[in-house]
Design a protein around this ligand. Sequence first.
Ligand code: GLU
Length: 297
Amino acid sequence: MPYVGRFAPSPTGPLHIGSLTTAVASYLHAKKAKGEWLLRIDDIDQPREKKGAADSIRKTLNAFQLEWDRDVFYQSSDMEKYHEVAEKLVTFGHAFKCSCTRKELQKTGKRNVLGIKYPGECRTRINHYKPTAIRVLVESDELIFIDALQGKQINNLSHLTGDYVIIRSDKLPSYNLSTVLDDSYQGVTHIVRGIDLLELTSIHIHLQRILGIKTPNYLHLPIIVNANDQKLSKQTGAPAIISTNVNKTALIILSYLGLQTPNELMGSTPSELWAWAIQNWDPNNLANQRTIKTLQV
Ligand code: GLU
């Protein structure tokens, strides 16, 4: 079976050691399977985007000699298709318009790990006097899938999220819709990403089933956390990768990924290190752990 993998960063800031580690893992996994590895820039959320971040991400990947196959795909290049699919889902009764505001939901909706569980107010509402979002109706069935590293996952979207948003009230498509459509559009067969997205994967599979899209293979990696057990991110103050000491950083990334590089490779370039790592990559080295503590670099 052909393998198509991808790295899909949102350009909200430069890469840090956590996001670069995800990039490397998805690259090693694809190359070990002799597959393609694509770069997609998830730039649908323009208000959160940081100017210059997409360029900086590409430059960092270049500095680390991580070469993507095909042209970079920018989600913002075809915003229409997300709206077309969402409207079709409304027409066919899988989704509905929703004019509940965040404030209203905070009053009536129950809090859960993914935010506020939608209580269902607009399922039957016909007249809307405020801007509308589009939500997908969820059933109360269990949704089961096997993650290649985390094993069997059983979720019930009616408990986890309730009817979930695919078009926000500011008319921007949600990450869940855009990622499902573009993974399918690009023929992605294998998705390797952080465990923080594991629960959202149930939404992705739910959407794929409604849309008649084949579900790709999923592998969710432990995420890198700081000394306070917080996921590395711009918000938690993770420093941007600087492309000066690339060899040392590449060695650290391989150690995060459970690969002990032999001494004779210590002075090697990143691409020499990746060539060795492709042979030795085994995601099972990361089994049974949800986080990896960052080293002080
Ligand atoms: N764009 C998302 C992010 O940067 C990840 C997308 C994905 O891997 O599905 O968090």
